[in-house]
Design a binder for this molecule. Structure first.
Ligand code: NAD
Length: 288
């Protein structure tokens, strides 16, 4: 089995690395803050002191970091100089497709395989090892990565060439954002009409409006429980990727622009670090 490096042990990365350990891989970890590293060391992970150190000790390096500049800095500036031909890099962060293509080209020039492999399924999917993984890159790299990805996810699809995984993730984030907004509007209407929210959610879950967002975020909205989960800050970052990519291919995205503005309002109110279900709280201020 390959020795796997894992960089970025946040809400997603930590449980994903734990699932690799459970599957029997040797996992070498690095994170900016130490607490998550120490928790994983207690479960058998090897601690590295830098991204270079991770690269030197491993055959496959996985990154799960916040944004495009973070991944470019770690992979291109820090890890790449000590990387060897024949290695495989898998970026599981959500970043711009253009950034994923830039990384693919730089690594390929040194004989290194790479995949963009963003995920969907949230913190629960990461913990349960049931993430959906959307992969861009060469078929040979995908075949090599598949058993590793299967330790973290269930629905693993090779979409196409480099960047295609991130394009798919951008599409995913459009659907999630607009559905969060739709559920927030539906539950606000129900509440202002004096109707029982729990029963509304229950009824809608059995019909055509059924969705995972209604199930998970709808529950969080009803309970007023906005511990992330997936923060508004990170979803806003993803909507920036969506709108930037749409501009590159000249597609006007009306709904996406509107929900992004709503997210900006939430961030301006100091709610960026809350779960994206907290978008519903903006409607409170707009109605009485
Ligand atoms: P997070 O902020 O919880 O975790 C990011 C981790 O990266 C943190 O532990 C941080 O310390 C570490 N980090 C940041 N910069 C670093 C650096 N320079 N060197 C080393 N470590 C560094 O974020 P998350 O929710 O785990 O999300 C990670 C990625 O996965 C993001 O791109 C996000 O959009 C995506 N994603 C998140 C979810 C979700 O539900 N949270 C779902 C799907 C995809």
């Amino acid at each position: 089995m390959d020795t796997i490096g894992f960089i970025g042990l946040g809400i997603m990365g930590k449980p994903m690395a734990q699932n690799l350990l459970k599957a029997g891989y040797t996992v070498v970890v690095y994170n900016r803050s130490r607490a998550a590293m120490e928790a994983l060391a207690a479960e058998g992970a090897v601690l590295a002191v830098s991204p270079q150190d991770v690269t030197q000790q491993t055959d496959v390096v996985i990154t799960c970091l916040p944004d495009s500049p973070d991944v470019e800095a770690i992979v291109l500036d820090q890890a790449l100089p000590s990387a060897r031909s024949g290695m495989l890099f898998i970026d599981m962060s959500t970043i711009a497709p253009a950034s994923a293509r830039k990384i693919y080209v730089a690594l390929k020039a040194k004989g290194i395989q790479s995949l963009d492999a963003p995920v969907s399924g949230g913190d629960i999917g990461a913990q349960q090892g049931t993430l959906s993984v959307m992969v861009g890159g060469d078929a040979a790299a995908f075949q090599r990565a598949l058993p590793i990805l299967q330790a973290m996810g269930k629905n693993i699809v090779h979409i196409g060439e480099a960047g295609a995984g991130q394009v798919t993730k951008a599409c995913n984030q459009i659907v999630v954002a607009l559905t969060v907004q739709a559920v927030a509007e539906a539950l606000t209407l129900a509440q202002k009409s004096g109707v029982d929210l729990t029963k509304v959610r229950e009824a809608l879950l059995g019909g055509f409006a059924q969705s995972r967002v209604l199930e998970v975020h709808g529950k969080r909205m009803i309970e007023g429980s906005f511990q992330p989960g997936f923060t508004i800050d990170l979803h806003r970052k993803d909507m920036n990727i969506v709108l930037q990519t749409a501009r590159e291919v000249h597609v006007p995205l009306l709904g996406s622009s509107q929900v992004t503005t709503l997210m900006d309002g939430a961030i301006a109110q100091g709610k960026g670090n809350l779960d994206n279900a907290a978008l519903i709280t903006l409607y409170d201020g707009l109605s009485h």
